[in-house]
Design a protein around this ligand. Structure first.
Ligand SMILES: NC(=O)c1ccc[n+]([C@@H]2O[C@H](COP(=O)([O-])OP(=O)(O)OC[C@H]3O[C@@H](n4cnc5c(N)ncnc54)[C@H](OP(=O)(O)O)[C@@H]3O)[C@@H](O)[C@H]2O)c1
Length: 256
């Protein structure tokens, strides 16, 4: 049986862990060629090993989305290795919590450099390859806090709001030229960003998780695979009329 993404070439930033890795594995299972990037080579190699154990190949390169030259060369390498590029998933992201008056300038700048500037730079270098073929898909990983206010995450929430507006602007710029641009807005998802990052900074991680669960009407957190499948949906030819969307994957949070 033909798989949904056979013949498609996918580039995923932050593909060594969490949602990025889940998306890489889902795309590979659906027949796509997949290239992942991130700063930690060992995480990328681990993801590639997991794919190999399932009988799929995943290519990878160490690359930092906050460095312009890294973005340019990651796109060029992915295009060279896969023979082109159809899908870009701008997934790399960082979360540095803290109220406005305690947020260091460096933390604010790093958040925007990775979450916003990184997505813009990767898109900037990827889009010419998509325009050349007249077809392409870009999905940006935003967040529910790009749509809803959330105390204690000002830099992160502002950066994700910017990612959603970048998404909408790109969708309008390229909708008549064959490129669909959408964002996913996950609720809290069980990934290292939460389990090793955010939760380690709260005094009682168990209570922290229960509080986060209570914010989602479904009463639980998302699995990375659930977000990954929404990303695949946004890149599916059968969803070809969807562009400029900021799709909540949030267990009902936004419905409130
Ligand atoms: N988990 C959640 O609750 C949640 C909710 C909404 C949105 N999101 C978004 O989902 C995306 C993925 O996060 P995750 O939850 O899957 O957590 P994660 O496992 O921590 O993933 C973040 C990924 O980004 C990569 N990364 C960070 N800085 C980078 C840089 N400068 N250059 C290249 N790669 C970089 C990390 O790899 P290296 O450290 O090796 O570079 C890592 O693989 C993020 O954009 C996040 O904001 C997550």
């Amino acid at each position: 049986m033909r798989k949904n993404f056979e013949g498609k070439r996918v580039l995923i930033t932050g593909g060594g862990t969490g949602i990025g890795k889940a998306a890489a594995l889902e795309f590979a299972r659906e027949g796509a060629a997949v290239f992942i990037t991130g700063r930690r080579g060992e995480k990328l190699a681990e993801a590639a090993r997991e794919a190999r154990a399932e009988g799929h190949g995943i290519l990878f390169a160490v690359s930092d989305v906050s460095i312009e030259e890294d973005c340019r060369s990651a796109v060029e390498l992915a295009v060279r290795e896969m023979g082109g590029l159809d899908i870009l998933f701008n997934n790399a992201g960082v979360l540095i919590p803290g109220p406005v008056h305690e947020t260091a300038t460096a933390a604010w700048e790093k958040t925007f450099d990775v979450n916003v500037r990184g997505a813009w730079l990767m898109s900037k270098f990827a889009i010419p390859h998509m325009l050349g073929r007249g077809r392409g898909w870009i999905v940006n990983n935003a967040s529910i806090v790009g749509l809803k206010g959330f105390a204690g995450l000002p830099a992160y929430a502002a950066s994700k709001g910017a990612v959603i507006q970048l998404t909408r602007s790109m969708a309008l710029e390229y909708s008549a030229r064959g490129i669909n641009v959408n964002a996913v807005c996950p609720g809290t998802t069980m990934t290292p960003l939460v389990t090793e990052g955010f939760m380690k900074r709260v005094p009682d991680p168990g209570e922290g998780i229960r509080f986060m669960e209570s914010l989602h009407p479904m009463g639980r957190l998302a699995l990375p695979e659930e977000v990954a499948r929404a990303v695949l949906f946004l890149c599916d030819e059968r969803a070809g009329f969807v562009t400029g969307a900021a799709l909540p994957v949030d267990g009902g949070w936004c419905a409130r």
